[in-house]
Design a protein around this ligand. Structure first.
Ligand SMILES: [Zn+2]
Length: 67
């Protein structure tokens, strides 16, 4: 299993401008403790792209509700 080092996790933050929460690793994902978005990890590197994150309570990636 891929493990993101504690040193790297310490400097990473949620990329969502209004969030910037701390990230924790859960299995093969980095999870934002504030907004709950889940970021996948590819090649030992987290994909910190809000549009590609999985929203909490949803299995769809990058789902943005339209007005
Ligand atoms: Zn967040």
């Amino acid at each position: 299993m891929v493990t993101i080092s504690a040193a790297l996790l310490a400097i990473l933050a949620c990329p969502v401008p209004e969030c910037h929460g701390d990230l924790v690793q859960r299995d093969e994902r980095l999870v934002c403790e504030r907004c709950g978005r889940r970021y996948r990890i590819e090649e030992s590197w987290p994909v910190l792209i809000p549009e590609e994150a999985e929203l909490p309570g949803s299995s769809q990636a990058g789902c943005v509700p339209s007005p």
